[in-house]
Design a protein around this ligand. Structure first.
Ligand code: BES
Ligand code: MN
Ligand code: ZN
Length: 496
């Protein structure tokens, strides 16, 4: 669905559905044709007066609008971008459910004034485009097209600030990049192998974004023993995808690294069978990085800095050639690792990707995203991702970006006790701590990764709980959420 904005009062605009979004207690003049229905609803006590409550009205006599949905945004003091995103998604979903070919989202002035004008535009556009997202399943049947083709933002007073209309344009574009990530991540493991992921990355290449793919022979030359160890059990060769956005005059380099495990069976430390298909989503960190580069290549986001995206892409399967628990591998920086559990593979492929990022690009900051641990679901559930890092200023900046973007992050600690837990007995490091004895599985993942950033300011985001849904939220339905793309865009845009 397309979402745009238009100045002018909506009263005479023609539409299948006029959604009037108003703050609690905000009195709005509705188009005359709806007066009678409005009065009747009021008399019946049906007018919505709380966040998310709504009431559908039909016109009496001739009207340019077929229906009117009163949608309450709740207390204006509690309105934030996340609520706006959700309300906007509710509006477009209602339009689709009603079979409306188009709708107008018309906001009262109190709603428009509640948050920063630009953020309001961004959030309303994101809510609409992401709320109407549908994964086109591969099928012998042609997919049914969506009924609702367009949504337009207007305001009851007819006025929209330029910052708001700019926000709508950029939010709509950005949401297309999030949808691109969702499409990628929802694919089954055979439909998105490391080679196919690399091909998709190449397609993002243009005048702004350069793409380079390292093959296994390159990894061997670079001594990436940790990444190659994971890939040993797979017939599909691993790929290291590098995407480079380097605008003229850039002074700083930021690296964004994403786990691209296209299918995680656990390796020799095989996972239980139930729900294993969900491990298609184990490339969602890489998917988020691809979404950021989709946004950079389409101009949905911009940066004055050089942005480098790195995705180690591999499968993790059991096989006669697969690495075994107790194998000792050597990462690119020379550190030896005891692979005590082959299912803790994400940190292994990230180890070499982080080494490569630091050595090749000398970034001033690194953010990595990974579906790293099931433990993060125990700690934070599905509504937040964990943030663990070595630099509080960077952590604060990334967490703040996630908060505005609606990709919520929550910091977990990283202390010397955690670092000590990762020391190896037969090697420099072990790839798991001692499980039940130590607990804190998500933190230990971070403590492991820290060894490969060579002191560079870095933050690791564990998105294992947030990358695909447990429960539908207004602006996503099922499957991949595309988490991380919006937070990354906001982070690089706001970076000094
Ligand atoms: N990809 C998984 C993490 C995961 C598990 C994400 C469940 C989402 C749902 C990761 O590679 C993994 O297997 N982690 C292990 C680590 C353990 C062996 C220390 C885990 O979480 O069990
Ligand atoms: Mn695993
Ligand atoms: Zn994994």
């Amino acid at each position: 669905m397309r979402f745009s904005s238009k100045a002018g009062a909506p009263n005479s605009a023609k539409t299948d559905l006029l959604v009037v979004l108003f703050a609690k207690g905000e009195k709005l003049a509705l188009p005359k044709a709806f007066d009678a229905a409005h009065k009747a609803a009021k008399a019946a006590g049906d007018l919505p007066a709380e966040y998310r409550k709504s009431c559908l009205l039909y016109p009496a006599g001739k009207a340019t609008q077929r229906r009117l949905l009163l949608l309450c945004a709740g207390d204006k003091k509690r309105l934030d971008p996340e609520r706006l995103r959700r309300l906007s998604a509710m509006a477009c979903k209602r339009a689709e459910a009603l079979g409306a070919a188009d709708y107008i989202l018309c906001t009262g002035d109190a709603v428009l004034a509640a948050c920063d004008e630009r953020l309001t535009g961004v959030a309303l556009a994101e809510g609409a485009v992401l709320g109407s997202y549908k994964y086109q399943i591969p099928s012998h049947k042609k997919a049914e097209p969506a009924k609702c083709k367009s949504g337009v933002l207007m305001s009851v007073s007819g006025k929209l600030a330029k910052a708001c209309t700019d926000g709508v344009r950029s939010g709509a574009k950005r949401a297309v990049s999030v949808s691109f990530t969702r499409d990628l991540c929802n694919k089954g493991g055979n439909l998105l192998t490391p080679a196919i992921m690399a091909r998709e990355a190449r397609k993002l290449g243009n005048a702004k974004v350069k793409v380079k793919i390292l093959e296994e022979k390159d990894m061997a030359r670079l001594k990436m023993g940790a990444l190659l160890g994971v890939s040993r059990g797979s017939a599909e060769p691993a790929k290291l995808i590098c995407m480079d956005y380097n605008p003229k005059g850039s002074k700083k380099t930021l690296c964004v690294v994403g786990k691209g495990l296209t299918f995680d069976a656990g390796g020799i430390s095989l996972k239980p069978g139930g729900g294993m298909d969900e491990m298609r989503y184990d490339m969602c960190g890489g998917g988020a990085v691809m979404g950021l580069f989709h946004a950079l290549s389409t101009g949905a986001t911009k940066s004055k800095h050089r942005i480098v995206g790195i995705i180690p892409a591999s499968e993790n399967l059991p096989d006669g050639k697969a690495q075994k628990p107790g194998d000792i591998v050597t990462a690119m920086n020379g550190m030896t690792i005891d692979v005590l559990n082959t299912d803790a593979e994400g940190r292994l492929i990230l180890a070499d990707a982080l080494c490569y990022a630091v050595k090749t690009y000398k970034p001033s900051a690194i953010v990595d995203l990974a579906t790293l641990t099931g433990a993060v679901i125990v700690a934070l559930g599905h509504e937040a991702s964990a943030a663990i890092g070595n630099n509080q200023k960077l952590i604060d900046a990334v967490v703040a970006a996630g908060e505005v973007a609606g990709d919520r992050l929550w910091q977990l600690p990283l202390w010397d006790v955690h670092r000590r837990q990762m020391k190896g007995r037969y090697s420099d490091l072990r790839n798991i701590n001692s499980g039940k004895m130590d607990g804190g599985g998500s933190i230990s993942g971070g403590a492991f990764l820290e060894n490969f950033v060579d002191g560079t300011p870095w933050v690791h985001l564990d998105i294992a709980g947030s990358a695909w849904n447990a429960k539908a939220k207004d602006y996503y339905t099922s499957g991949s959420t595309g988490v991380g793309v919006r937070a990354l865009c906001d982070w690089i845009e706001g970076r000094k």
